[in-house]
Structure formats: C-alpha cells, structure tokens
Design a protein around this ligand. Sequence first.
Ligand SMILES: Cc1ncc(COP(=O)(O)O)c(C=O)c1O
Length: 338
Amino acid sequence: MPALDFPPKIPLARLPTPLQPLDRLSAALGSRHRLWVKRDDLTDAAISGNKLRKLEFVTAAARERGCDTLITCGGVQSNHCRATALVGAQLGFKVHLILRGEAPAEADGNLLLDHLAGAKISHYPHRQFVAELPALFQHWQSEYAAQGSKALCIPTGASDGLGLWGYLAASQELAADMKAAQVESAHWVCATGSGGTQAGLTLGAALGDLPVDVWGFNVCDDEAWFMNKVAADIADWEARFPQSTPTPAYQARVVDGYVGPGYGRATREVFETIGWLARLEGLVLDPVYTGKAFHGMLQELRAGRFDDRRDIIFVHTGGIFGLFPQRGEFDFYAEHTA
Ligand SMILES: Cc1ncc(COP(=O)(O)O)c(C=O)c1O
C-alpha cells in the first residue's frame, strides 16, 4: 500500500480487533471456504462497532476546527448516533441527535444509551426527516451558534470522505491480520447501510492491491444507490484529501436482495440465522445490519457466488443493542425454559 497521509485522529477504538475463525460454522456448512469474522463489534464495550473507527477521525477534525458540539442523525435505534453520544460524553462534546421517527413510550436499546449519555434528542416524523434533513441540521447548527457554541454536523453514519479514513485504516489492519493468519486471499463481506464502511474497505483493497474482493450486502435501498454512494464517498475523500498518488481503479460490489421488509425490519429467516449462529459459535448478530448481511452471505455461499476456494472474512460491524428492542421476534423462549 502506498504511504497514505492520514489526517489526525483521536484514538478511541481498541485496535487491532481480533480476526477469529468460525470453524464450527465452516464444518456445519461443509464449506470449501474457511470462514472468519473480523470482530469490529469489539472496538469497545458500549461504544462498540464500526462507527468508532470513523469517529476517531471525525472527532479529531471537530477539535481541530474548535467545535464543542456534534450534531448527527439516524433512525431511533441508530448505532451511529449511540456511538456519537457516548464518544461525545467521553471527549467532552455536547451531542445533539436528529432522529427519524417518533419517541417511543419507553427508550430501549441504542436510544436508552443515547439518553444515558446525556445527548439532546430531537425526534421528527419519518416524512419530515427525509424531506428536511439538511434544513434540520442547519437549524440546530444555528441554534448552537446563537448560544455561542460551534457545532460540527456529521452526516448519516459518518459516511463521507472524512469518515472513510476509518475503514481505509481497517483495510490495512485486515491485510496484516490475513498475513498473520496465513490467509492468502479472501472475500471481505460487510453490511452496508450508509456506504462508508464498504467505501473504505473497497478503496483500501484497491490502494493496497490486496488479493481480496469486497462485498457489501445492502440493508436498505438498492444496488444502484450503494454503487453511487461508494463512488460519492471516494470522490469526496479524493477532493478533500488530495494524495500524492492518484486514486486507483476500484471495484465496488453490492449484493442486493436481502433487504427484506425494509430498513430495520428482517424476515423470519434472518432471526433464525441469528439464533443459529449464537448457538453454534457464540457470535451475536443484530437484525438491522449484521444479521441481514450474514444471512445473505450464507445464502449466496450456498448458491455459489463465492465459487472459489478463497477464505471469507465477515466484518462484524457491531449493532448488538439493536437486537433487544426486537426481542419479540424470537420464539424460542418456551422451548428453552426448563
Ligand atoms: C452495526 C452496523 N453495521 C453496519 C453498518 C453499515 O455501515 P455503513 O453505514 O458504513 O454502511 C452500520 C451503520 O449504518 C451499523 O450500525
């Protein structure tokens, strides 16, 4: 990989995260591939998941620009918002969350942690959020300015040319993990929701000329949306951080078809996969991101999409707190009660 001029970061994540073989799963599938999981769900305890890698660069930029407030947005159960709320508390930023959807009667999962971390929270009806998001950011940024504060607006999922550095760095870490584990070539698989994780891994693989294919399984929208978004994040990175070496050609790969009933809602099969994997490997996935992507990966594996002998590395991007508000979707309680 050419030497990259990384911008400043505030170290927040416990890195490197483990690369762990899933040998019981590989055996259960009778797979020709060896399956692995990159445990980015272990970047920290409560502030876990992929967003921490991006926020290392975003919070450093906020400090550099003299900001004392972070404003960001997402769904009511956004992992990104929860990570921002907790990181903000840790570093002494005020945090304001613009959330899509009404406030539930009782806060659960990520929303509970947002409140616990002391974030200010504004809920907006779905339609208004979608139609007015840039104006809402502007409104709150002006409100803070009027109070003498300076706020940095962080886009959905911290997915832009700045946040992209997080998964560029992760691609270098994964390359080192593969070397240490003597994995010669691999498929990297991740859930893709706002595109930044996939964009960082895709660009990192191209910059390092790594023997890997990067696959994003979309959990919302469709293939075209993510092809555009990955290209937009990489173009933004290129424009904001011109490197001495030109951006290489890269290949974005999106596997569509596993969104199910919609963002945040999963099919029964996804819940079954989550339960099966927890029993088989002690690995916990969530129904919004990782469970959907992992389930899709298993279906595609069976259908022959990864039809070679390369290992498969699933990048576990976290999201465990999104599991709890959907506890009602599991039906094994009676079966498991002795
Ligand atoms: C647990 C989890 N996995 C995957 C993703 C997708 O990452 P990205 O937004 O970078 O596409 C997200 C956030 O959107 C997430 O919270």
